[in-house]
Design a protein around this ligand. Structure first.
Ligand code: NDP
Ligand code: GDR
Length: 356
């Protein structure tokens, strides 16, 4: 059998790095698309990269951008992938309210540009395409748990852009017979999660507060509920989606939901602190039950103009058709993230002490 070749956009992000590892372990040749940036942005994949002049390697990085169609056409032509995973996106929901037009360009039209590249290059029969769709498509809660049959009601420029990407993927599948699938993934996290998403923001703050480097954690809506899983499990699901004989759309979720408040409580419990909540609305605070230290305060800047209150996925179709299920529980996820951030803070402190 000829070698499988994957092209991954968003290689420098949380999921791109996990997926690259998984595919390299399976013997793929992996090509990742990274954006040019003024400072290094390849931290998550640096250990995979070997100088191609010195070693034989199966991992390659290319400059590219989802807003540049000529670049995408050239990359698809040069790398001749058998599978394309479109993971690149302006993926922060709150930021999408600040940069709605850019978010549409990268997240909506970006998916179209790749699909068009496949079509223009005559690869409709030979390339499989994966689109990183999202539980944010459900937006306003119309029913729970949310499945492939639940209607969409996007509540942010990010979700509206991803709605276009979802449907253009379905359309290119139906119109041109491309093996193009959507993974409707609920939130998935891990120790390398971006630092401004709420889970990582919390675990980093727990570590910094514990080591005396930060006083208080400022958050927005504590009552939003999410179905949180581990990114490692979810990239395995992406791969299974692409291997399925027929292209389709699948929900990947844990089937459990927890509030931001519960995440905060569990994360602080790992450093032996329990939280007592007092006050209401923007005046609510969370105190250390033993010492009285204010650990959590509300900053209304983190509220969103429209919020997604409750996400809870029904992964039964993926379980039945793909044999996929999550393996990391919510408590284990939180524990892994807190432990990792405690270690990182310790390393940073050690480095700072040595250079002082
Ligand atoms: P990240 O934000 O960690 O990574 C996003 C990646 O996209 C980064 O590599 C980023 O590059 C790249 N990127 C952003 N804009 C562009 C652009 N214009 N051109 C090329 N690359 C670009 O996201 P995740 O890894 O968490 O998520 C992966 C995908 O899955 C995203 O599409 C996200 O919307 C979607 N998703 C994520 C979920 C989650 O819970 N994690 C759930 C459901 C869907 P750079 O490093 O230069 O910024
Ligand atoms: P989300 O993730 O919007 O679900 O999108 P995020 O972690 O940003 O927010 C989750 C919930 O926490 C609330 N929240 C805060 N969020 C952030 N970022 N910062 C805060 O201080 C804060 N306080 C409370 C939010 O209001 C929200 O309700 C993620 C991204 O990975 C998307 O790309 C992906 O599509 C979805 O998950 C599924």
């Amino acid at each position: 059998m000829s070698k499988k070749v994957a092209l991954i956009t968003g290689i420098t992000g949380q999921d791109g790095a996990y997926l690259a590892r998984l595919l390299l372990d399976k013997g793929y040749e992996v090509h990742g698309v990274k954006r040019r940036s003024s400072s290094f942005n390849t931290e998550r994949v640096d250990d995979l990269y070997k100088d191609p002049h010195e070693h034989s390697t199966s991992f390659f990085l290319h400059y590219g951008d989802l807003t540049d169609s000529t670049n995408l056409i050239r990359l698809v032509q040069e790398t001749q992938p058998t599978e394309i995973y479109n993971l690149a996106a302006q993926s922060h929901v709150a930021v999408s309210f600040e940069t709605p037009e850019y978010t549409a360009n990268a997240d909506a039209t970006g998916a179209l540009r790749i699909l068009e590249a496949i079509r223009i290059l005559g690869l409709s029969d030979s390339v499989r395409f994966y689109q990183a769709s999202t539980s944010e498509l459900y937006g306003r809660v119309l029913e729970t748990p949310q499945s492939e049959k639940t209607p969409f009601y996007p509540r942010s420029p990010y979700a509206a852009a991803k709605l276009y990407a979802y449907w253009i993927t379905v359309n290119y599948r139906e119109a041109y017979g491309i093996h193009a699938s959507n993974g409707i993934l609920f939130n998935h996290e891990g120790p390398t999660r971006g630092e401004t998403f709420v889970t990582r923001k919390i675990t980093r703050a727990v570590a910094a507060i514990e080591k005396g480097l930060q006083e208080t954690l400022f958050l927005g809506n504590l009552d939003a509920k999410r179905d949180w899983g581990h990114a490692r499990d979810y990239v395995e699901g992406m791969w299974r989606i692409v291997q399925h004989d027929t292209p389709d759309d699948w929900v990947l979720a844990t089937g459990e939901t927890h509030s931001v408040r519960e995440f905060v409580e569990l994360a602080f419990s790992h450093v032996g602190r329990s939280i007592e909540w007092a006050g209401e609305g923007v005046d609510e605070i969370g105190r250390d039950a033993k010492t009285g230290q204010v650990l959590v305060r509300i900053d209304p800047r983190y509220f969103r103009p429209t919020e997604v209150d409750l996400l809870l996925g029904d992964p039964s179709k993926a379980r039945k058709e793909l044999g996929w299920r999550h393996t990391t529980s919510f408590p284990d996820l939180v524990s892994e993230m807190v432990k990792n951030d405690l270690q990182l803070v310790e390393q940073e402190r050690w480095r700072n002490d040595r250079s002082a």
